[in-house]
Design a protein around this ligand. Structure first.
Ligand code: AMP
Ligand code: ZN
Ligand code: FE
Ligand code: FE
Length: 283
């Protein structure tokens, strides 16, 4: 059986509610699903409740953006307690950083002659956090760009005219925050950091020193070669090998949940490995 341990809901930049994601996972007969919204655990309660009602295992999760040297990384946290105060306080600071960045982006767009208000942007984000994808959607809605991709290429992407950085924790701090909330820390989509896989060996060794528990290996854009190399690195450092679809609903085309017709099928044995890792004292 398959699991899918990487999904986004309306609480970050997906289009499905947490309950809808759990229902989709049940319809696909997945063994387990994890909701991993960006920088927030606000949707986890609804997902866990729906899991109890449908009898599907829901792993409480999140995906935190972090920095390490010059790298911008995503770190997944699994099995976290979503009520942990240290975690929710730290995530609150990330949300503050996002709000400040959104204001900066809107100021920059204003100077480029494009007037958007924060209220308008927030209408596109429904609930939870508001980020660049919501600004991109509003730019599309106003006819300023044709696609989300164009919004990032012309305005919002790194180095583009409305680009603005935001506050992030270091990877080491992020791993500590996840551990303090009882979770397991996994590097998301490591293949994306360098398709040639040149930077990963040193980077992963450094993150292992800082307490990293696993690598996301089963991922839609990872090639066979990447998976092989990542599995070798996971074996070398005794890391978990996790996986998921990075489902964003209608916000990213062509990507359904794992399982069914999707060739992506992270094995359900991951769940046992996750639980065992959670029981190990953090050293
Ligand atoms: P933020 O979290 O506000 O920095 O926005 C980052 C998110 O924007 C990513 O997680 C993606 O979901 C989305 N994103 C980044 N680049 C693109 C793109 N070229 N087209 C559509 N969505 C994108
Ligand atoms: Zn996203
Ligand atoms: Fe990510
Ligand atoms: Fe993601």
């Amino acid at each position: 059986m398959c699991v899918d341990l990487h999904t986004h809901s309306i609480y970050s930049d997906g289009t499905a509610t947490p309950a809808e994601i759990v229902d989709l996972a049940a319809a696909k007969k997945l063994h387990a699903v994890s909701l991993t919204d960006h920088d927030t655990v606000a949707g986890v309660f609804e997902a866990v409740k729906q899991g109890r009602e449908t009898g599907i295992t829901v792993v409480p999760g999140l995906e935190v953006s972090a920095v390490h040297r010059t790298f911008s990384l995503h770190i997944l946290g699994y099995g976290i307690d979503p009520t942990n105060l240290k975690l929710t306080n730290r995530l609150g600071e990330l949300q503050d950083g996002r709000r400040e960045r959104n204001r900066n982006i809107l100021d920059k767009l204003q100077r480029l002659g494009i007037s958007l208000t924060l209220d308008e942007v927030e209408r596109f984000s429904h609930c939870g956090q508001t980020g660049r994808p919501h600004i991109a959607k509003l730019l599309m809605h106003k006819g300023i760009v044709k696609t989300m991709d164009q919004a990032f290429k012309n305005y919002l992407g790194r180095g583009k005219p409305a680009w603005s950085s935001r506050f992030c924790y270091s990877a080491a701090e992020t791993i500590d925050i996840i551990h303090a909330a009882g979770g397991v820390a996994v590097l998301a989509h490591p293949g994306q950091l360098d398709p040639a896989m040149k930077v990963q060996p040193r980077l992963i060794a450094e993150l292992v020193e800082r307490g990293l528990d696993g690598l996301e290996i089963f991922y839609p854009t990872h090639t066979k070669k990447m998976k092989k190399r990542l599995l070798e690195l996971a074996a070398r450092y005794n890391l978990l090998a996790t996986g998921g679809s990075d489902y964003h609903g209608a916000n990213r085309s062509g990507k359904g949940l794992a399982g069914g017709r999707n060739p992506l099928c992270p094995p359900d044995s991951i769940l046992d490995s996750l639980q065992q890792r959670q029981l190990q004292p953090v050293g």
